[in-house]
Design a protein around this ligand. Structure first.
Ligand code: GLN
Length: 407
């Protein structure tokens, strides 16, 4: 990535954090002493692209426990290993519209409504390979580490506290066992689940984990295929419908990114095909979502048009601006150039061709060019040919070599 783009991204992240810093309200989770002892003013953000660039600001390397942010990733590991249909025999895919720890089992099937609430997540954890809680937990911690591109460890103090304050989660597990949704023992399922919740991560880790989902299951830093592309799509889908608990519908309208929060103060958000975001700020709203994390994601989405359902012409336009330099016209292009974008370029730039001077396609803001498109663009000046006075009708400016054949 060119240096100036790095600086621009850094400036944006710093500004986003500066705006979120004064946002007040919310309380630390206090159901166990370890979470109540965290510094409430910590604030960090990280963004990892599917190309493996990671940008961070604030307390992006401060460790906290992953808690419920683990749920989509463990669901992803389960559906990757067993297939979607096998997992759906144990847990549903419908939003519950209820808090994360609700007693939420489908009346007809007895399955927890979805894998993002505790009842469903306990069942999902139980489906991970391994005959004992320790074996399942080891698989889970290893899998989360493959998403994060580093070895992760369990915060043993948080784990002991989670396991010692477990009445409600034990009750959920017992109910799921009574309906047949949970087939391993309550002890095995909940121990694996509590270890999973107690894994220590940073906002940087969360961004890379989310970027792995955004990249269709391949970790952009290690190149490791962590899960299948199908598993990644199923996971971002269930994050979209259920990731923010009883806030999920509002979240989809306001932020429009598949996301998941945890009571440790973390939030992950995924923009499929583009990047992953991780935020950390431990003060929580009444639903258990990080107050400033929510504020940051709302601001990012609104200001940078990240909503996954935004398909307006402005959103996708590859033309950032057109400027003039004497007789020449310069079209400043941006983003990824694939067939759809080139088709748009052809239509919108046609009126700018001809006459005196040259039409310059400035590719400085372009991040990637699809293979076939690259060849066409390289040949474009000769395809279009010269203008009547003999000078070139089209020229390309490609300072970062996005059209180089070996890229
Ligand atoms: N460990 C917490 C629990 O099981 C996780 C909940 C959450 O992060 N929302 O209650």
């Amino acid at each position: 990535m060119p240096l100036d783009l790095d600086i621009a991204v850094q400036a944006i992240l710093d500004r986003v954090l500066d705006r979120a810093r004064p946002v007040g309200g919310g309380e630390l989770a206090d159901y166990i002493p370890e979470l109540a002892a965290v510094d409430p003013d910590r604030l960090g953000i990280a963004i990892a692209s599917v190309r493996g660039d990671v940008h961070v600001a604030g307390d992006a390397d401060t460790a906290f426990t992953i808690q419920s942010v683990s749920k989509p990733f463990v669901f992803a590991l389960a559906v990757d290993a067993l297939g979607l249909e096998a997992v759906l025999e144990h847990v549903g895919l419908e939003p519950s519209g209820e808090p994360f720890n609700a007693i939420s089992l489908d009346e007809a099937t007895g399955r927890p409504l979805n894998p993002m609430i505790n009842a469903g997540a306990i069942v999902t954890s139980s489906l991970i390979l391994g005959g004992t809680a320790e074996a399942k937990a080891a698989h889970i911690v290893d899998g989360l580490g493959r998403f994060a591109a580093r070895d992760l460890v369990v915060d043993e103090e948080v784990f002991s506290s989670e396991a010692g304050t477990a009445d409600r989660n034990l009750a959920l597990a017992h109910l799921a066992r009574a309906t047949g949704a949970l087939t391993s023992s309550v002890e095995v399922a909940t121990t694996a689940y509590f270890r999973q919740c107690s894994v220590a991560v940073t906002a940087r880790d969360l961004s890379i984990m989310a970027a792995t989902l955004a990249a269709g299951g391949v970790n952009p830093l290690t190149g490791d295929r962590v899960i299948s592309a199908d598993a990644a799509r199923w996971t971002t889908s269930v994050m979209t419908s259920c990731g923010m608990y009883d806030e999920s519908g509002t979240w989809l309208v306001r932020v429009g990114l598949p996301s998941k929060s945890g009571v440790g103060g973390g939030i992950v958000a995924v923009q499929p095909g583009q990047f992953g975001i991780g935020t950390f700020s431990p003060r929580l709203d009444a639903r258990g979502n990080s107050v400033r994390g929510v504020a940051i994601l709302e601001a990012l989405s609104a200001r940078f048009g990240l909503h996954v359902l935004s398909q307006g012409p402005e959103m996708r336009s590859p033309i950032a601006a057109v400027s003039e330099d004497g007789d020449h016209r310069i079209a400043h292009l941006r983003g990824e150039l694939h067939f759809a974008q080139v088709e748009e370029l052809a239509t919108r730039l046609r009126p700018l061709l001809g006459g005196d001077g040259c039409l310059v396609l400035d590719l400085e803001g372009v991040t990637r060019v699809g293979g076939a498109v690259r060849e066409v663009l390289r040949e474009l000046p000769s395809i279009v040919g010269p203008r009547p006075d003999g000078g070139p009708a089209i020229a390309l400016r490609d300072p970062d070599g996005v059209l180089d054949p070996e890229r």
